[in-house]
Write a protein that binds this ligand. Sequence first.
Ligand code: CMC
Length: 425
Amino acid sequence: MSDSKVTLTDHETGKTYELPVYKATYGSPLIDITSLNKETGFFTYDPGFMSTASCRSDITYLDGAKGELMYRGYPIEQLAEKCSFMEVFYLLLNSELPNAEQLNEIEREVADHTILYESLLHLFEGFHYDAHPMAILTGVVGSLSAFYNDPLDITNPEHRLETAYRIIAKLPTIAAVTYKHSVGERFTYANSKMSYCGRFLHMMFSRSGEDYEIDPVAEKALDVLFVLHADHEQNASTSTMRLAGSSDTNPYAAIAAGIASLWGPTHGGANEAVLKMLRNIGDVKNIDKYIAKAKDKNDPFRLMGFGHRVYKNFDPRAKIIKNICYQVMEKYGNDPRMELAMKLEEIALKDEYFIKRGLYPNVDFYSGIIYSALGFPEEMFTVLFTIGRAAGWMAHWIEMISEPHKRIGRPRQYYTGLARRDVPR
Ligand code: CMC
């Protein structure tokens, strides 16, 4: 049932068409164009999805003008302060926060699935020690589909949930093996008695024969960062995962497609790119030069960690992350890159170019400084983003697969190629 209608007029023929309009819980109303082509013969054209909702979703809402983000109706500020990543994972999947028993159960399920098949572990040996961790992650997560395919029935809700638990459980293990492979160290098996983030830190940084104590500051900072990254509605990687999954492909393969998309520097890869940029800037005295480069249309350089398709006022996640930065630095000492980043932010935010275009620091601007303080190498930053975002991907995959009228995603195109011609032979 539509809430109202809009009329489309074809001025060439004088014909008019009525299109249904839906009101969303929040945000702009939507014109339903599903039957547009059938009724009018027209397609719509919207590269980059500037005005197009690719799906209906109950999971996450964000308001770019107000700088607001909510998972299942809960504001991100409250979730970051009061809830653990496991609670948020449960919330994204089930629409409600878990009670103590439900939390206990999801934590146990995830702990039970952390282990990787030994034969999967052999796969890592095929990668060079200096391969980018996102390349390894894409390949290894895709290869999970070789281990979980035949008995997996995506029409079975229990199988779908188990897939979600497996992905969230195995990603930190895969990330830690990837890291250990890069430094030539023996992999540490997961300790199921630890928290989700404690277990991950332990797998990453403990060494056989040495004691390793989990730092609660690091454990908490990582947990909040995973909460902040957990979902962001129909961003490029989530949309990629949905499109791949819409063909009913194996979900691990669909998640690998999402990971491939997230890797790009204009998406999740920006956190790694920010630290590279700060290294290139090097000193406060060079900031003006880089600001000028970012404004120069003939220069491909952009301020990494700045700007967002939806947020045109501020990114609420960036505000929270900046505060975690201070807490982490209190424990681990000051990082000169923080001072450089803050000065860069201050100068950019006063500049007419950035003000006019609504360009503000995004989630990736300060997160790398925290990861770096916790001991993660730069190449691992986007892997950390992946672990958090996988919670949202699984909620979206389940939502999409469960949709009663689900269809394969199949965009159309605006063909501007050559007209028909014959092969000259
Ligand atoms: N530095 C300099 N200029 C910029 C920047 C930037 N970081 N971002 C956008 N602009 C300019 C752009 O040149 C354009 O100017 P004009 O109107 O004169 O042509 C205007 O702002 C609008 O940019 P756009 O590319 O049309 O905006 P978009 O919505 O397509 O792109 C974005 C959004 C995030 C890809 C882009 O802002 C960007 O490349 N930022 C740097 C990379 C980054 O930090 N990415 C992380 C995004 S947040 C986390 C995530 O989603 O993964």
